[in-house]
Design a protein around this ligand. Structure first.
Ligand code: SF4
Ligand code: SF4
Length: 193
């Protein structure tokens, strides 16, 4: 028969409370004081014509202080001639957990460096979870997420599709991911390098 006394497991974040906190009443009063203070401060600012709480009246107002790494709106990067860097490989659409990327591929035999490209590239923002996996999966650095957020609010789900013309509004000239030769140029191979 096991006579060993039971020992409770000690968790790393087990709270240690002082007697003051164990009484609870004082802590409740302290919490009410903090909440009331913030409420009165914001009300005072609001009644004197200033903005109180850090509230953005979205969608009429949008924030300008998004962090540089914010996963906001998608963009498609472009080659120097303005065509998309995307090679319509479908890897982003395959990895997307919400399955919201739809791509139709086009083929151009006169462009040996970049024969395949998207003729249609659309993202359904009504279901995108902004996880960034599409950006991670892309082998061409052809899709990125910029910090600005997309125009999401709409009464019509059809308006929540981000289409290629909007995805291609980024000016790539100073940051081309891969220096592809211009259309019609020759591709360097081991043989002719
Ligand atoms: S951010 Fe995530 S959910 Fe949205 S399109 Fe990319 S992979 Fe899909
Ligand atoms: S964006 Fe990238 S991963 Fe998606 S189809 Fe284009 S090249 Fe492939």
């Amino acid at each position: 028969m096991n006579t060993k006394p039971h020992q409770r497991k000690v968790y790393w974040n087990e709270p240690t409370m002082t007697w003051w906190e164990r009484v609870y009443l004082f802590e409740i009063l302290r919490g009410l004081g903090i909440t009331g203070g913030v409420f009165l401060r914001n009300m005072w600012r609001w009644t004197t014509g200033r903005k109180g709480a850090l509230t953005t009246y979205y969608p009429e107002e949008t924030r300008a202080d998004y962090a540089a790494g914010n996963r906001g709106k998608h963009i498609l990067t472009q080659r120097p001639d303005g065509t998309p860097q995307c090679i319509a490989c479908n890897m982003c659409a395959t990895v997307c957990p919400a399955q919201v990327i739809e791509i139709d591929a086009a083929f151009d035999p006169d462009d040996p460096a970049h024969p395949k490209s998207p003729s249609r590239f659309e993202i359904d923002y009504s279901r995108c979870v902004f996880c960034g996996l599409c950006v991670e999966a892309c082998p061409e650095d052809a899709i990125r997420m910029v910090k600005e957020v997309p125009e999401l609010p709409s009464a019509d789900r059809e308006h929540m599709w981000l289409r290629m013309d909007e995805l291609l509004t980024w000016n790539p000239q100073s940051d081309v991911a891969k220096p592809y030769p211009p259309k019609g140029g020759t591709v360097k191979t081991r043989g002719n390098a």
